[in-house]
Design a protein around this ligand. Structure first.
Ligand SMILES: Cc1cc2nc3c(=O)[nH]c(=O)nc-3n(C[C@H](O)[C@H](O)[C@H](O)COP(=O)(O)OP(=O)(O)OC[C@H]3O[C@@H](n4cnc5c(N)ncnc54)[C@H](O)[C@@H]3O)c2cc1C
Ligand code: FES
Length: 528
């Protein structure tokens, strides 16, 4: 039997965090135009992560005259920014009337206005840097899910007015005749996220910044980072923008949950519906969270646009025996019920981090020195949150007062009123323990082509994946974060950790934190 070794493996992780390629990876997009770090460096600020958080921060700092170096272990946008649906919005996943209960009116106004400012900043940047990224202002429409109370729409409308957002209550949802009443949000936006990132890269370089891809930060402390290849970047400030912070093993991941969200894109004839964004208010019959559907359009060709529809969220590694393939079918059925779509063209999934109190954590890393910063807890609204993070951290580094510092402080500990926190924690612990102790382990020979299973070899629990050609990829099943047992994600061909959402390719390479080390990959005869 042949076990593939690292040298003959070719996984997807350089480009994106899953097997399925999102719509944004068009043939003319070149996200691998940078080289690896190959010498030691000294800089004002080193930024780990070239997603929207890292590049927005680098752009703001470079504009302010700081010398910045950005590194990423994949290509530009190879994390969740390449897997987003790129709605740029003030309509958050959590209802504003719920946030007012948690944070009070003044703070909720601050949160709302920070998103308004983020959209304005993105628009200004697109214009200033002449970034050709299909940026467009659109209206957004929030309509009731069948399981939600009609009175909640009115409550939300009242809360939005308190927060100073530009909204109207409409009798019929534009584009969805059966949608009933809705709230119209003016001034939302959308873009092609990879094109925006590449525009930021160009501006960063033009301002004297440096960007290195294929460069994994293995060691991070308050004075420097060290790459996997052993090169050091010394810096006065360290920004960790790796989505789940890889420099914070415990504190942050106890305050947020990792979810997967599925997306399809489908053909829709041009001009049948207005170019807009839609959200339903979510399925309130679900115990663990309130998953909702989110929809936008994207230009495709002369005859068709693509309707991009996301939803069917579930906790990472806890798929409840429903596969992603089934979720894509559910999404398609929902989209067909609401919009006149034709063939489905793309499907993919990605990871979002949902904080206990529902708003992002951005600022100084807790339990760390004052010059180490993180941006995490995107809550599915990362286009604006990560932009806010970039603006905020630039002010912190430049010692400029910023009204958002306290509200987004990573060290805060407040519970959201809408999340049954302890219930979720309890059920997660039970599930994880069940997986460790009662998972069915199979013999290696029983892993068929295109299948993956947890096998036990010489006392070690291993993840075994056999591809379509029968090649076997064998990795340790023990997550390198805090040793939970990983679970197979057949749609994205990855090993996903149910505890805090770390993910690894089938070859064991880490693709989502908080883990920062690869799974041990077994070579020929090492275990057999
Ligand atoms: C399906 C889906 C739909 C979404 N839709 C929307 C939407 O419509 N609107 C919205 O606002 N938000 C949306 N989001 C959320 C949004 O996409 C994310 O919040 C945002 O892209 C996160 O950006 P980031 O820069 O924090 O992380 P990432 O884009 O993941 O960037 C982190 C980078 O860090 C790198 N990295 C990690 N560890 C290391 C290391 N040790 N060394 C070097 N590099 C490292 C990774 O390679 C990666 O490129 C969606 C998310 C998903 C998954
Ligand atoms: S992500 Fe924490 S143990 Fe795996």
């Amino acid at each position: 039997m042949e076990i593939a070794t690292h040298s003959n493996l070719n996984d997807y992780s350089e480009n994106t965090a899953g097997k399925n390629l999102p719509i944004w990876f068009e043939p003319n997009i070149n996200t691998n135009g940078f080289t690896c770090l190959n010498s030691n460096k000294v800089t004002d600020v080193v930024i780990v992560g070239a997603g929207i958080a890292g590049l927005s921060t680098a752009y703001c700092l470079a504009q302010a005259g700081k010398k910045v170096i950005v590194i990423d272990d994949g290509n530009i946008g190879s994390g969740e920014t390449g897997r987003t649906t790129a709605q740029i919005v003030t309509a958050l996943d959590t209802r504003y009337f719920e946030m007012i209960k948690t944070f009070g009116e003044d703070n909720t106004k601050l949160i709302a206005q920070s998103h308004v400012q983020a959209i304005n900043f993105i628009e200004r940047t697109v214009i200033k840097e002449a970034i050709d990224c299909d940026f467009k202002r659109v209206n957004g429409y929030l309509f009731l899910h069948d399981s939600d109370e009609p009175s909640n729409l009115q409550k939300e409308f009242d809360a939005l007015l308190i927060c100073g957002l530009h909204v109207r209550l409409l009798e019929v949802t534009p584009g969805i005749p059966t949608g009933g009443k809705c709230i119209e949000f003016a001034g939302q936006a959308q873009f092609q996220p990879l094109k925006y990132l590449l525009g930021l890269c160009k501006a960063i370089i033009n301002n004297g910044g440096e960007i290195y891809t294929g460069t994994h930060a293995s060691e991070i402390d308050h004075t420097h980072i060290v790459s996997k290849e052993g090169f050091t970047i010394n810096a006065s400030h360290i920004v960790v923008a790796t989505n789940a912070p890889v420099n914070n093993t415990y504190a942050m991941m106890l305050k947020q949950w990792a979810y997967r969200s599925c997306v399809i894109s489908a053909l829709i004839k041009k001009d049948l519906i207005p170019t807009a964004i839609w959200w339903d208010t979510g399925d309130h019959s679900r115990q663990d969270a309130t998953p909702y559907h989110y929809v936008r359009l994207h230009t495709y060709n002369d005859a068709y646009d693509l309707l991009i529809c996301g939803g069917e969220d579930y906790k990472v590694g806890m798929p409840d025996d429903i596969t992603d393939e089934h979720r894509y079918l559910l999404l398609e059925a929902w989209a067909r019920e609401h919009f006149p779509i034709e063939a489905v063209i793309h499907k993919w999934s990605g990871e979002v981090l949902v904080p206990i109190d529902t708003i992002a954590y951005m600022g100084r890393n807790n339990f760390d020195k004052d010059n180490v910063y993180i941006i995490t807890g995107d809550a599915g609204i990362g286009m604006t949150y990560c932009t806010i993070g970039g603006l905020l951290i630039t002010d912190l580094i430049n010692k400029v007062n910023n009204p958002w510092e306290e509200i987004y402080e990573p060290s805060r500990f407040s519970f959201g009123s809408s999340k049954p926190f302890f219930k979720m924690l309890q059920s997660d612990v039970v599930e994880v323990l069940k997986k460790w102790f009662f998972s069915d382990l199979v013999e290696l020979k029983d892993v068929k082509n295109n299948e993956a299973k947890i096998v036990k070899i010489e006392g070690n629990k291993c993840g075994a994946y056999r591809n379509a050609n029968g090649e076997l990829f064998l990795v340790s099943a023990e997550c390198t974060h805090l040793k939970c047992m990983v679970v197979w994600n057949s749609s994205e061909t990855s090993w996903d950790c149910p505890c805090h959402g770390s993910r690894f390719t089938y070859t064991g390479k880490v693709i989502n934190g908080p883990a920062n080390k690869d799974l041990h990959a077994y070579y020929n005869k090492e275990l057999l």
